[in-house]
Design a protein around this ligand. Sequence first.
Ligand SMILES: NC(=O)C1=CN([C@@H]2O[C@H](COP(=O)(O)OP(=O)(O)OC[C@H]3O[C@@H](n4cnc5c(N)ncnc54)[C@H](OP(=O)(O)O)[C@@H]3O)[C@@H](O)[C@H]2O)C=CC1
Ligand SMILES: O=C(O)[C@@H]1CCC=N1
Length: 273
Amino acid sequence: MKISFLGGGNMAAALIGGMVERGFAASDIQVVELDAANRERLEQRFGVRACAAPDDQVLACDALVLAVKPQQMKSALQPLAGRLATQLVISIAAGLRLADLGRWLGGERPYSRLVRCMPNTPALIGAGITGLVADPTVDVAGRDLAERVLAAVGSTVWLDDERKMDAVTGVSGSGPAYVFHFIEALEAAGLAQGFEPATARKLAIDTVLGAARLAAASDEPPAVLRERVTSKGGTTAAALAHLAAAGWHDIVVGAVAAATARGRELGDELGKD
Ligand SMILES: NC(=O)C1=CN([C@@H]2O[C@H](COP(=O)(O)OP(=O)(O)OC[C@H]3O[C@@H](n4cnc5c(N)ncnc54)[C@H](OP(=O)(O)O)[C@@H]3O)[C@@H](O)[C@H]2O)C=CC1
Ligand SMILES: O=C(O)[C@@H]1CCC=N1
């Protein structure tokens, strides 16, 4: 299976790294990337071919992953318009809708062999989660191909309605940043309590890792696991009361709503062209 990437930045590197680590042949992966330093990094780190513009070799692929920023997409697709025939196009761009991508990629008619998805950066270590939605005209073979690419780097969730994709972006696409931010805060809290930096970081990271693994392995919901940590009149209750008073739950819900709304706004703004 030959996979080409348009854009070789952070998320493309996470996907390529995860794919190579999980047995995709580096010689079957190509990347079009404008930045020369990025091209060199991708070639050296993963052994893939990187080039500055989409040539015939890039187009001779089974799947083309669109991995430029949403604001760069329309101009990045211009050199490809009307040149695709059988390739499955997989967009990972936040906000951008299938209909607009199809219009930008098409020649006389819109291109419809399209899957829109939203992965996240833990893909780099095979621990990503991706939401996917296909254009209704994509056949089973096309869906299987997208599934094989994204399932190589983590779990997948197929959606029946493209409008839900912005919420996937809000929850799991952007989600690792919220978790990293939480780890940063926990680490800073450890430093404030007098731990050495390495100890503060280890306590913070291993706590999040262990709690997430326990939640994933448990038949019980996170709320029950939380209650088990919370002894009556104990330390956790004191911390949770502080978080509740600061509106912790609503803050997280509001953050996801802001990300979701921004995805929708990007789709509205950029799709107008
Ligand atoms: N980062 C994340 O966690 C996630 C990102 N995404 C989506 O992935 C996409 C990429 O995001 P991210 O990797 O963070 O962004 P980056 O900016 O890191 O990567 C995009 C890369 O594409 C390059 N580029 C721009 N125009 C072209 C072009 N015409 N041809 C080839 N390469 C080009 C950019 O170069 P230059 O910098 O020189 O412009 C840049 O290196 C976005 O659409 C985003 O919404 C989805 C899920 C998660
Ligand atoms: O911040 C962004 O727009 C991208 C999409 C999801 C994660 N990063």
